[in-house]
Design a protein around this ligand. Structure first.
Ligand SMILES: [Mn+2]
Length: 511
C-alpha cells in the first residue's frame, strides 16, 4: 500500500515536471514556430485585427491605389522613404498575405527541435508602418536614426509586444555593415537571421531556413525574396527560377537558374538552390559559423559590396550559400535610395568593392578594374587582416569558385587576353561584361549583343602571327571603322592590311 502511494507521488511529480517542461519549451521557443504561435504572440487588439475578414486595404497582399484627390499628397510623402508611404500607412501592420509557396513546400514536415534564431533588423530612418510590419520576435537595431518616432514611441511599442524585442542604438551613423556586426554580437539565438526593415514574412518562411542549417551548419540560407511594390504595396511572389550572380562592375544581378543546378536537384524545385551570390538583405546563418567565417569586413563603410564579399568568402572557405525555395519573404524594392551616404554613394561602394576584389578575386579583379575606370584611385584602406583570415581559413582561389560554383559567370574562367575594355575569352568571344561583339552580315558593322556562348556570329578566331581577328561564320576579318561610321569597327574580306591587325594585350595564347 505504501509502495502504491509512493509510486503515485513519483508519477504525479514527474507529470508536473513534464508539463512544466512543455510549457517552458513552448514559451521560450518563440521563433521556432513563429507561424503556429503568431496568434499567441500578438496583443488581443492585434488578434482582433487578424481575425477580421480580409477586407481592409492591402489585405491578402493586394495593391492599394490612392484616390485621385490625394495623389499630390502621396507624391510628397513618397519622397521621404522612396516608397508610397501613404499606401503603407493605410495597410494593417499585420496584414494577411497569400501563401505563395510551391505545393510541394506546403506538405513538408520539419523536425521539432529546430535551432532557435534571433532576428536582426537594421534600420535607418525607416517608416513606422513598414518597420513594424517587419517586427516579430526581433532584436531591433537602430543605426542612428534622426526621426523622432523611432525613439521613445518605438521603445514603448516594442514593450507591448509579447515577444522579446530589444532596440539597440548606434551612437553615430555607422552603416549597415557595422550595425549588423553590433546586432549580431548581441544575439542569443543559435541562428542569426538578418532582415531589412521593410519586409513581410509569409507563412512557413522560417522553418525551412532553420531546418537546412540544422542539417548543415555551414549552409548560409536565403529565402526567396518576393516583391512588395514601392508604388502600391502589392505583394508579388518572386521566382524560384532565378539565382544570384554579378557582372564585371560587381553589381549584384539575378540570373536564371542554370540547367546544371536543376539537374543536381533532379528537377525538384522545392530543394534549396545553390546560388553563387546573395542579394544581401535577408539570410540566416548559424551564429558560431558566422563568427568562424569572419562575420563581415569591418573595414567596409555604410553599404554595398558586403553581400558579394560574404558570398565569395562562404564558397571559397568551404561553406555553401543557398536559396531555400520553400521560404518566402517580401521586400519593398525601391528605385532610388532614400539614404544619405557620407562621402558620396559612388565613393563608398567603390571602396567596398575594391576591398572585396583585393582580398577574394585574385587576378580576376582586373575585370572589375578595367570596366570601372577611376576606381583605381579610390583608397581602400588596410586589408591585411582580411587576407590573414583567408589564409587562416585555407580558402580556395577565385578560379575554383568560377570553375565549380559559377561556371556561367559573366567573368570568363579562361581568357587569352584582357585589354582595356574587352577580353578575348577561351570561347573565342570578344566581350565586355555580358556583351559580346556580334556581326550578322557580310561587310557589316559590329554590334554589342548579349553573349550567347553558342559561338556562331560571336566567334572570332585570333591569329597571333598575322594579328587578325577572323569572324569564322563569315570568313571575314575585323577591320577599322568605315568612312560612313567612324565609331564602329566593321567586317571586310581579309586582305592583310594594317587596318586588320589587332594587338591583344596580356596575351596568353601561344603562337
Ligand atoms: Mn532593403
Amino acid at each position: 500500500m505504501r509502495r502504491f502511494v509512493y509510486c503515485k507521488v513519483v508519477l504525479t511529480t514527474s507529470l508536473v515536471w513534464v508539463l512544466v517542461d512543455v510549457f517552458l519549451l513552448l514559451y521560450f521557443s518563440e521563433c521556432n514556430k513563429c507561424d503556429d504561435r503568431k496568434d499567441r504572440s500578438l496583443l488581443p487588439a492585434l488578434r482582433a485585427v487578424i481575425s477580421r475578414s480580409h477586407e481592409g486595404p492591402g489585405e491578402m497582399g493586394k495593391a492599394v491605389n490612392i484616390p485621385k484627390d490625394d495623389q499630390e499628397k502621396m507624391k510628397e510623402l513618397f519622397k521621404i522613404n522612396q516608397f508610397n508611404l501613404m499606401a503603407s500607412d493605410m495597410i494593417a501592420l499585420n496584414r494577411s498575405l497569400p501563401d505563395v509557396r510551391l505545393d510541394g513546400c506546403k506538405t513538408k514536415v520539419y523536425p521539432d527541435d529546430l535551432p532557435n534564431t534571433s532576428i536582426v533588423i537594421v534600420f535607418h530612418n525607416e517608416a513606422w508602418s513598414t518597420l513594424l510590419r517587419t517586427v516579430h520576435s526581433v532584436i531591433n537595431l537602430d543605426d542612428a536614426s534622426e526621426r523622432d518616432f523611432l525613439k521613445k514611441k518605438l521603445e514603448n511599442y516594442a514593450r507591448t509586444l509579447e515577444v522579446p524585442v530589444r532596440i539597440l542604438r548606434m551612437e553615430q551613423r555607422s552603416g549597415l555593415i557595422r550595425a549588423r556586426l553590433r546586432g549580431a554580437a548581441a544575439t542569443k539565438g543559435q541562428v542569426i537571421t538578418f532582415l531589412d526593415a521593410h519586409c513581410e514574412c509569409t507563412v512557413g518562411w522560417l522553418e525551412p531556413l532553420l531546418a537546412r542549417i540544422k542539417e548543415d551548419r555551414t549552409a548560409v540560407v536565403c529565402p526567396i525574396i518576393d516583391v512588395i511594390s514601392d508604388e502600391t504595396f502589392e505583394y508579388m511572389a518572386g521566382s524560384d527560377m532565378t539565382y544570384g550572380g554579378f557582372n564585371w562592375k560587381l553589381n549584384f544581378r539575378w540570373y536564371p537558374v542554370p540547367q546544371r543546378e536543376m539537374d543536381r536537384r533532379k528537377g525538384d524545385r522545392t530543394l534549396p538552390v545553390r546560388t553563387p551570390t546573395m542579394a544581401g538583405g535577408l539570410f540566416s546563418i548559424d551564429k558560431t559559423y558566422f563568427e568562424e567565417i569572419g562575420s563581415y569586413d569591418p573595414g567596409m563603410d555604410i553599404w554595398g559590396g558586403e553581400n558579394l564579399e560574404m558570398s565569395f568568402r562562404i564558397w571559397q572557405c568551404g561553406g555553401s550559400l543557398e536559396i531555400v525555395t520553400c521560404s518566402h519573404v517580401g521586400h519593398v524594392f525601391r528605385k532610388a535610395t532614400p539614404y544619405s551616404f557620407p562621402g558620396g554613394t559612388g565613393q563608398v561602394i567603390n571602396k567596398n568593392n575594391r576591398r572585396l576584389a583585393e582580398v577574394w578575386m585574385d587576378d580576376f579583379k582586373d575585370f572589375f578594374y578595367i570596366i570601372s575606370p577611376g576606381v583605381m584611385r579610390v583608397d581602400y584602406g588596410d586589408v591585411s587582416s582580411r587576407k590573414a583570415l583567408r589564409e587562416a581559413l585555407k580558402c580556395k582561389p577565385f578560379s575554383w569558385y568560377l570553375e565549380n560554383i559559377y561556371p556561367d559567370s559573366q567573368i570568363p574562367r579562361r581568357y587569352y587576353s584582357l585589354g582595356e575594355v574587352f577580353s578575348y575569352t577561351a570561347d573565342k568571344e570578344i566581350r565586355t561584361d555580358d556583351l559580346c561583339l556580334d556581326v550578322s552580315r557580310l561587310n557589316g558593322p559590329v554590334v554589342m549583343l548579349k553573349c550567347h556562348h553558342m559561338k556562331g556570329n560571336q566567334m572570332f578566331e585570333y591569329d597571333a602571327e598575322r594579328l587578325t581577328l577572323l569572324h569564322v561564320n563569315s570568313n571575314q576579318c575585323l577591320d577599322m571603322p568605315s568612312e560612313e561610321d567612324k565609331m564602329v569597327p566593321t567586317l571586310r574580306d581579309c586582305n592583310g592590311s594594317r587596318s586588320q591587325q589587332w594587338l591583344l594585350r596580356n596575351m596568353t595564347l601561344s603562337i
